[in-house]
Design a protein around this ligand. Structure first.
Ligand code: ATP
Ligand code: MG
Length: 182
């Protein structure tokens, strides 16, 4: 569809730009609650049509970084959590701060990712199930972009998954004082 073609072209553009850029030096203060509310708003159509229950538990947490890039990264993760969820499934977005880092967790009750494929899902164009991805309109670029964005912020991404049950994505982002660039 036109929408999928537009999304693919946006993703490729971002990937090329990210490849060319140095580490992110922008340190905008971002209210996590607002960021995720905005992302949820943009994904409202698939969320509602799949009857997904989504909770944004990120009140009072601040993120630091490039607003547009972090929006793109978290949007890609939540898009997956919607797309690969079960009908009437659940998504919980939570955040917590330590002295040096802010951690965001995105949990979904979807198909899960087989243990031996978790490492590969960050490779460009990698899809666990090619036919399913074709059907759902996936290019395999979403998580490759997530990884680049998070690493350019000096952060880290971890995935835990139980096949057929759930997936949890944990993103660690350094706080400004913990990051040379800021
Ligand atoms: P797109 O480029 O449109 O995002 P995609 O969703 O196929 O396409 P990625 O977002 O990079 O690509 O994800 C790679 C693969 O990892 C997916 O094809 C899917 O198999 C698996 N995956 C990612 N997130 C989840 C999730 N939350 N639950 C289950 N599988 C997932
Ligand atoms: Mg995706």
């Amino acid at each position: 569809t036109l929408h999928n073609a537009q999304r693919l072209s946006d993703l490729v553009n971002d990937l090329l730009k990210l490849n060319a850029e140095q580490n992110v030096v922008v340190c905008e203060t971002i209210e996590a609650k607002i960021l995720f509310d905005n992302i949820i708003d943009e994904l409202l159509e698939p969320i509602q049509s799949r009857n997904i229950h989504i909770e944004n538990r990120t009140d009072n947490v601040l993120l630091c970084g490039d607003k547009r890039l972090l929006h793109r990264a978290f949007s890609n993760i939540i898009h997956n959590a919607v797309k690969y969820n079960k009908p009437s499934g659940v998504i919980i977005i939570a955040a917590a701060e330590t002295a040096d880092n802010t951690c965001v967790t995105i949990f979904d009750t979807g198909t899960g990712i087989p243990e031996d494929q978790i490492e590969k899902i960050f490779d460009p164009f990698y899809c666990v199930d090619k036919s399913r991805s074709r059907e759902l309109g996936g290019s395999g670029l979403g998580l490759a972009i997530v990884k680049m964005v998070i690493e350019k912020h000096g952060g880290e991404i971890k995935v835990q998954s139980v096949a057929d049950i759930s997936t949890t994505i944990v993103i660690r982002l350094p706080k400004p004082e913990n990051k040379e660039a800021c």
